[in-house]
Design a protein around this ligand. Structure first.
Ligand code: SF4
Length: 267
């Protein structure tokens, strides 16, 4: 099932009379508001029941995604402001540098000050700020177990797994289908390392550290005969002791979005 990202997919099923009964001025504004989770399909009395049913699941996936991305940055900053960063630095696998907490993400230093502002030696990726601050606030500091699990097998992963596949694993598989050399580039750019691909009998296995104690393993199986290629992003079994599921989702999907950008630049 694919999520709805384009308001026109809803708009084309509306009467397009701009009657205003949903309290918005136009049917198009209503369509956009539904995708953002600000309106429900039921708020338009003229949308046919069968169309409503057909749209409902796809809209709810999109709304889940928006909620996941929308974990409150300001609230996280406020909570970081109440934490003694020096006392937590080594537990988090970081260190203090000029009064800021330095934490490595993908081999690059990210700096967090006492007010929760994030800066980086490269440019700060907006998608990284929420998982990073969330890690500072929530991490128990336990070491990775070395046991890898797919997103759906994380304790709270199952409900968001269809969206994780849609937004994370499928686009990354497509990138590698087009160019498996991309993985070599990622290894170099992000201090990744080749993992033992005998573990899941994959053709390529790569470990990355988006956060010091939250490694991920990307396994890719090349197409063979009639078999399509496949890809899974694994997390360490301890991942939810460091981040809530929404932040793990943001971390995985954010990484893939960054890889897509890099791949586009290369072509
Ligand atoms: S109530 Fe329905 S038809 Fe009327 S403006 Fe809103 S979306 Fe359009």
């Amino acid at each position: 099932m694919t999520e709805i990202t384009n308001p026109f997919e809803i708009y084309k099923l509306l009467p397009q009379t701009n009657c205003g009964e949903c309290t918005l001025l136009t049917c198009l504004a209503f369509s956009a508001a539904v995708i953002k989770g600000q309106k429900k399909l039921a708020d338009c009395p003229y949308l046919k029941a069968e169309d409503k049913e057909q749209l409902a699941d796809r809209v709810s996936i999109r709304q889940d995604f928006n909620r996941a991305r929308g974990e409150d940055l300001e609230e996280l900053k406020r909570r970081v402001g109440t934490i003694n960063l020096s006392a937590r630095a080594s537990l988090l696998g970081g260190k203090m540098v000029s009064g800021k907490l330095a934490i490595k993400s993908l081999g690059k230093d990210f700096f967090v000050d006492a007010r929760g502002s994030v800066t980086s030696e490269c440019h700060t990726h907006a998608w990284m700020s929420i998982p990073l601050l969330s890690y500072i606030v929530h991490s128990s500091g336990v070491e990775p177990t070395g046991r890898w699990v797919p997103f759906r097998e994380l304790r709270d992963g199952s409900p968001m797994n269809p969206l994780f596949e849609q937004r994370g694993e499928k686009p990354l598989k497509k990138l590698l289908d087009e160019s498996s050399e991309l993985l070599e580039d990622l290894l170099g750019m992000f201090s990744g390392s080749r993992a033992d691909n005998r573990l899941f009998a994959s053709d390529i296995a790569l470990t990355l550290y988006p956060l010091p104690k939250v490694p991920i393993l990307i396994c890719y199986w090349s197409p063979e005969g009639d078999m399509d290629s496949d890809l899974t992003i694994f997390f360490d079994a301890s991942a939810e002791k460091h981040l809530k599921i929404e932040s793990l989702f943001s971390l995985g999907v954010g990484l893939v979005m960054m890889f897509e950008k890099i791949a586009r630049k290369h072509t």
